[in-house]
Design a protein around this ligand. Structure first.
Ligand code: F6P
Length: 370
């Protein structure tokens, strides 16, 4: 199949599109699916939901047509009605199909044609969007929708899921404040975010943390200890320390619970416990650690995430029908724009160390450990 063959499809020729969700889930996935199904159907296009990411293209029985009735009531639901997989790069593995063994990518491209799709909407994080970009280069018309609670996708100020994760982490910090104060303890709260400190920064500021450790600013734990001692000296006998899972000391690396395997990144974990152990030793204060983990990915999306996800879904359908492919919808307030996937994938949007929220937090006395 020659590259770009799909460009011969007139926008009006698109009568059927697929939608899939890939990578780790994030609150708002269902809101995007709902928007795609409603906008697509109302434009006279059949919308088919592919199960378990691109695996939904492997067999005819791994997808289903979705009508507005099928998506009624899912706006507020976490998770994804389509299922998702987070098992790495499908391009590296041959697959067993009902028609014999095939190369994964060849099978997906072949089935895309046999299922008479005019395009795909791919909702995912950097890993899934990178795969989408590779399929786009193989000729599948694709529009990507950025998803991750980590908020680290280049080209968009917000991914849906981030606001919900921050709201949850902020509430958790609120709750920890009262118990920390009652027991005069240090509470260390570990949040997700991989190599980006967005969740830690926003939840830390939103929850009034005393120290915030983010991957972009390597820390010296003694500086956090001295912040805690000075709080003790003026009468605040408790402290809240928010630690991003990717935070690292200036003389060490990130805390890893599982090394990377082929096509699958390393799993982070343990950053909070490492900081807590050091602080307990340095300050002689009782210290506890709470790892918020996957709770940050669960539950109902906030109204902000529902609206953002809905805008992304509606715009993605528009772009696909206009033939604007190999692009990702992005939030550039106040607009939803399209950016080339090529400019986005394989990169990370990190917290600039001189970001205004970092400067303001410092001005308010929050320690970053540097
Ligand atoms: O990228 C989203 C994220 O939730 C990260 O914050 C976290 O490190 C990772 O996924 C966890 O992945 P898994 O669901 O595979 O444990």
């Amino acid at each position: 199949m020659s590259e770009g063959w799909y460009k011969s499809l007139m926008p009006s020729a698109i009568k059927k599109i697929g939608v899939l969700t890939g990578g780790g889930d994030a609150p708002g996935l269902n809101a995007v699916i709902r928007a795609v199904v409603k906008a697509g159907t109302n434009a006279g296009v059949e919308v088919v939901g592919l199960e378990d990411s691109f695996d939904g293209l492997l067999e005819f029985n791994r997808s289903r047509t979705l009508t507005p009735k099928d998506v009624t009531g899912i706006l507020r639901r976490g998770g994804t009605i389509l299922g998702t997989v987070n098992t790495g790069d499908p391009f590296v593995k041959p697959v067993e199909t009902s028609e014999g063994p095939r190369q994964y990518a060849d099978r997906c491209v072949e089935m895309f044609g046999r299922m008479r799709f005019g395009g795909l909407i791919v909702i995912g994080g950097d890993g899934t969007l990178s795969i989408a970009h590779r399929f786009a280069k193989l000729g599948i018309p694709i529009v990507g929708v950025p998803k991750t609670i980590d908020n680290d996708i280049v080209g968009t100020t917000n991914c849906f899921g981030f606001d919900t994760a921050v709201a949850f982490a902020t509430e958790a910090i609120d709750r920890l404040h009262t118990t920390a104060e009652a027991h005069r303890r240090i509470m260390v709260v570990e949040v997700m975010g991989r190599y980006a400190g967005w969740i830690a920064l926003y939840a830390g500021v939103g929850g009034g943390a005393d120290a915030i450790l983010i991957p972009e600013i390597p820390y010296d734990v003694e500086r956090i200890a001295s912040q805690i001692r000075s709080r003790d000296a003026w009468g605040a006998h408790f402290s809240i320390v928010v630690v991003a899972e990717g935070a690292r000391p200036n003389d060490g690396g990130v805390s890893v619970v599982e090394e990377a395997t082929r096509g699958r990144p390393e799993r982070l974990g343990g950053a909070g416990h490492r900081v807590a152990a050091a602080l307990e030793e340095l300050t002689a204060k009782e210290t506890r650690t709470v790892v918020l983990g996957h709770l940050q990915r669960g539950g109902s999306p906030t109204s902000f995430d529902r609206v953002l996800a809905t805008r992304f879904g509606g715009r993605a359908v528009e772009l696909l029908l206009q033939g604007e492919c190999d692009k990702m919808v992005a939030f550039r307030p106040p607009d939803i724009v399209a950016v080339p996937l090529a400019d986005v994938v394989g990169r990370q949007r990190l917290v600039p160390p001189d970001f205004d929220l970092v400067r303001t937090a410092r001005a308010l006395g929050v320690a970053f450990g540097d």
